[in-house]
Design a protein around this ligand. Sequence first.
Ligand code: A3P
Length: 289
Amino acid sequence: FKSEEVSQVRGVVLQKSTCEYWNKIWDFQAKPDDVLISSYPKAGTTWLQEIVDMIQNDGDIEKTRRAPTDIRIKYLSNEVMKINYLAGLDKANEMPSPRVLKTHLPVQLLPPSFWKENCKIIYVARNIKDNIVSFFHFQRMNKGLPDPGSWEEYFETFLEGKGLWGSWYDHVKGWWEAKDIYPILYLFYEDIKKHPRREIEKVMEFLGKNLDEKVLDKIVYYTSFNVMKNNPMSNYTLSSLMNQSVSPFMRKGVIGDWKNYFTVAQNERCNEDYREKMDDTTLSFSMEY
Ligand code: A3P
């Protein structure tokens, strides 16, 4: 990526603007009743935001849709708010409790107050192959992010951990380890896709909510891909940063789209890299796709 667009914090590649305001982000004050949604970008963050918001609003879709997803749930960074760098953080500080916040930070860069306050955190992870493809398209269509270059270049940058938000491996493994110490619900995109109701129930229980069957049915329906794709509050059509004609934000929403992009050689390279770098963890992704 172009050097004027990115920089690093403790070896993790982040947008330059995030790095410039790093001290403010690091000093962010979490509150005990905050809920944090955390993920590597393109793992299903927006999906989880919609699920959490619907659960918090007892399945009331009107309340959930009162504003676009990124305004309802504050981002602990500034990417979305290019014009005012501190808007994300400032707005988060002003938000009434109980707050739901969102971050893409790797575990070692999470502002320490979240650990101190023992906040509930929901992490969502997605298999590396689909995650690469989804991120590639996102960087193509998001004017606020560096140009990803060619698919071949992007693929290598990603595997080497030199992409935005750092190494996918460090991210998913780091949060996986943290879940043994802190109140973290660790979810997988693939599970939510295959068993939406079961996974939504998990989130509900984790948040200490008890919603009846009908409400759950409603949440499953309103958070399904096609409904979210047609919902301007969740598909980012209102964002001027995203050029949806290059690639829609709600792009495909499937498991296994990587097969349309990976060459045989890239698949072998990824499998080998994956075996090597996932050798030291109990975390595993179903590799049937
Ligand atoms: P694709 O690019 O593979 O389609 P994030 O919100 O973390 O940026 O992740 C975006 C990815 O999640 C996109 O993946 C998007 O289509 C997918 N997604 C969003 N909502 C979804 C839903 N309700 N069901 C399935 N996938 C969803």
